[in-house]
Design a protein around this ligand. Structure first.
Ligand SMILES: C[S@@+](CC[C@H](N)C(=O)[O-])C[C@H]1O[C@@H](n2cnc3c(N)ncnc32)[C@H](O)[C@@H]1O
Length: 233
C-alpha cells in the first residue's frame, strides 16, 4: 500500500494530476476486462519462462498488452469496412482479437508462435463467444512464427504491438509487400512501439496518425496517403 502511495505521488510529479488519474483508470480497466468476462489476458509473461523452442524466440518481445480503453481509442481513428480483415502479428493471449471483434471486421486473425500462449488465447476466445455469440466464426488463431504465415491477400488492418525486433520486422514487411503486389489494396499498419518506425517508413508506408498512449505511442501507417477527417476540416 505504501508503495502504491509513493508511486501515486511520483506519477503526479511526472504526469500531473489529470494524466495520473487517467493512468490509474487504464490500469484498473486493464484488470477489470479480465474480471468482467472471466478471461486471462492482462498479466505479462516472459518468453524465457515458456518452454517452446524457436530460433526467433530471442528476437521476440515478452507478452504484454494494452488497456481496452487505449485499443478502442486507436481503432476509432481508422476507417473500417465490413470486408476488412484484422490480423495481430504476435497475438499472445488474444486480448486484441477479442476487442477487434467489436469493430465489425469480417475476419480476425492472430498469429502467435508460443503454443502456451495460443492455448490461453483459445480459451479466452471460447469464453468471449459465450458473451458475444455473433462473433462465432470470425476468429482464426494460427500457431506459427509470423515469418511462416501465408497471407491470403485479404488482410488489411495489421496490428503490431511491440512484438519483435527488426530482424523479424524487415522480412515480415517484405512478405506484406509481396502480398500487396499479388493483390493491391489499402493497408493500415498499427504499430505500438517507437523503436523501428523508420524501418516501416522504408517500406513505403506513410504516417497516417500518431496517437499518444500516455507512456507509449502508437503510429498508424498506410500504403496510400489518406487525409484524416481532422486534416480535411
Ligand atoms: C508484446 S506481446 C503483444 C501481444 C498482443 N499483440 C497484444 O497486444 O495483446 C508480443 C507477442 O508477440 C509474440 N511473438 C514474438 N515474436 C514472434 C514471432 N516471430 N512469431 C509469432 N509471434 C511472435 C510473443 O510471443 C508475444 O506474445
Amino acid at each position: 500500500m505504501k508503495e502504491l502511495f509513493h508511486y501515486f505521488f511520483y506519477s503526479i510529479r511526472k504526469r500531473g494530476l489529470g494524466q495520473t488519474f487517467y493512468f490509474f483508470l487504464l490500469k484498473i480497466s486493464n484488470k477489470y476486462f479480465d474480471y468482467k468476462f472471466g478471461l486471462d489476458t492482462s498479466s505479462d509473461v516472459e518468453l524465457d519462462n515458456l518452454v517452446f523452442i524457436s530460433e526467433n524466440k530471442k528476437e521476440g518481445e515478452n507478452y504484454g498488452t494494452i488497456s481496452p480503453l487505449l485499443f478502442n481509442k486507436i481503432m476509432r481513428t481508422i476507417p473500417i469496412g465490413t470486408d476488412d480483415v484484422f490480423i495481430d502479428f504476435g497475438s499472445g493471449k488474444g486480448r486484441i482479437l477479442l476487442l477487434a471483434s467489436q469493430f465489425g471486421f469480417c475476419k480476425i486473425k492472430g498469429v502467435e508462435f508460443s503454443p502456451e500462449l495460443n492455448i490461453i488465447a483459445q480459451n479466452n476466445i471460447l469464453k468471449w463467444m459465450r458473451y458475444f455469440p455473433n462473433t462465432k466464426g470470425k476468429f482464426q488463431l494460427i500457431e506459427s512464427d509470423v515469418l511462416l504465415y501465408k497471407f491470403n491477400h485479404t488482410e488489411n488492418i495489421l496490428y503490431l504491438y511491440n512484438p519483435f525486433s527488426e530482424m523479424i520486422l524487415i522480412p515480415l514487411l517484405q512478405n506484406i509487400q509481396k502480398s500487396m503486389k499479388y493483390y493491391e489494396r489499402q493497408i493500415f499498419i498499427i504499430y505500438v512501439n517507437q523503436h523501428y518506425n523508420s524501418v516501416i517508413e522504408n517500406y513505403n508506408f506513410f504516417l497516417y496518425k500518431e496517437i499518444d498512449l500516455i507512456n507509449k505511442k502508437c503510429f498508424i501507417y498506410s500504403n496510400q496517403i489518406i487525409k484524416s477527417e481532422q486534416d480535411i476540416n
